[in-house]
Design a protein around this ligand. Structure first.
Ligand code: CP
Length: 337
């Protein structure tokens, strides 16, 4: 059997995803386990984190394992990822050694590596994650690169819990862009689109202009998933129409792909759409929709205090579920072979 990583949910069957969600529910009811007894995970953070670091570290501990957190370039050597590179720059060692050495020490490797935001054609290659998966001889987990599959699983778990059913087909799901003073990663938006269509919902991508469409890879996944599940996927720029009758509103800000590397040109468009903030008036157009966000969230910029503090908001439940789904993912990967 070839080594299995957790890089994207599309690599897994619905049965696999359902089994992970079932196991996550078991861990939610009963915290402790021995699935990682005597095992360890290296967590490599190239970018900041609060939820991901805490939930992975704690999750490994609760399953009897040990987590080691590293920040390459800060508390660990800077790493070179280009194959054949003449390493006369800042990097002190190559991924070919880093991934193989870590694989001799630990049983799992988690990687967070955001895009550089200068050239999407480069960023969309997901070079750092793919290099770890190529050179590691233990399973690699995507802790957010250009997608955020652990967030996807926590999100679906929270929706299933609040709707009281595992069958989300027929739910009207709005993935809305929101304003943020800086252009942000498209990862969570790519992931929300992927998983919402995968679970058969009727998905509307609400964004200011066509330039805020996600990468064609994820737009294609959205259409293919919708066709396979009997759901639907469309893009809209009409706020009122998109919210009408919605059952789920999921908010995220992201930078428009055509403006990567020339963000000063994107800024006026973003600034002109501050009104995309999720507020009570918009939520009142929905069919008592649940609201969520991956967090961190800037209050009264992306969503109002009233929305964040309303019973409709399930963002804290989703954040909690990160712990449970990641334990299920670690247990599944550590148990293979
Ligand atoms: N949602 C999420 O991944 O949170 P952190 O960036 O705090 O890890």
């Amino acid at each position: 059997m070839s080594l299995r990583h957790f890089l994207n949910t599309q690599d897994f069957s619905r049965a696999d995803l359902d089994a992970l969600l079932d196991q996550a529910a078991v861990f939610k009811r009963s915290k402790q386990g021995q699935q990682l007894a005597g095992k360890s995970i290296a967590l490599l953070f190239f970018n900041p984190s609060m939820r991901t670091r805490t939930s992975f570290e704690l999750g490994a501990h609760q399953l009897g394992g040990k987590a080691i957190v590293l920040s390459p370039g800060k508390d660990a050597w800077p790493i070179e990822f280009e194959i054949g590179s003449v390493m006369d720059g800042d990097a002190e060692e190559h991924i070919a050694e880093v991934a193989r050495v870590l694989s001799r020490y630990v049983d799992l490797i988690g990687v967070r590596a955001f895009p550089k935001f200068q050239d999407w054609q480069v960023d969309r290659q997901d070079t750092v994650l793919k290099a770890f998966a190529r050179f590691a001889t233990v399973p690699v987990i995507n802790m957010e690169t250009i997608t955020h599959p652990c967030q996807e699983m926590a999100h679906i778990m929270a929706l299933q819990e609040h709707f009281g059913t595992t069958d989300l087909r027929g739910k009207k799901y709005v993935l809305t862009w929101t304003y943020h003073p800086k252009p942000l990663n498209t990862a969570v938006a790519n992931s929300a689109l992927t998983i919402a269509t995968r679970f058969g919902m009727d998905v509307t991508l609400l964004c200011p202009t066509p330039e805020y469409a996600l990468d064609e890879r994820y737009m294609d996944i959205g259409h293919a998933n919708a066709e396979a599940t009997g759901g639907s996927f469309r893009m809209s720029h009409d706020v009122d129409e998109a919210y009408e009758g919605a059952h789920v509103v999921y908010a995220k800000s992201w930078g428009a792909i055509p403006y990567f590397g020339q963000w000063e040109k994107e800024k006026p468009i973003r600034e002109a759409h501050k009104h995309f903030m999720v507020d009570e008036a918009k939520m009142s157009r929905t069919d008592h929709a649940l609201f969520s966000h991956c967090l961190p969230l800037r209050r009264n910029v992306k969503a109002t205090d009233a929305v964040m503090d309303s019973p409709a908001c399930i963002a804290i439940d989703e954040a909690e579920n990160r712990l449970h789904v990641q334990k299920a993912i670690m247990a599944m990967l550590a148990g293979q072979g």
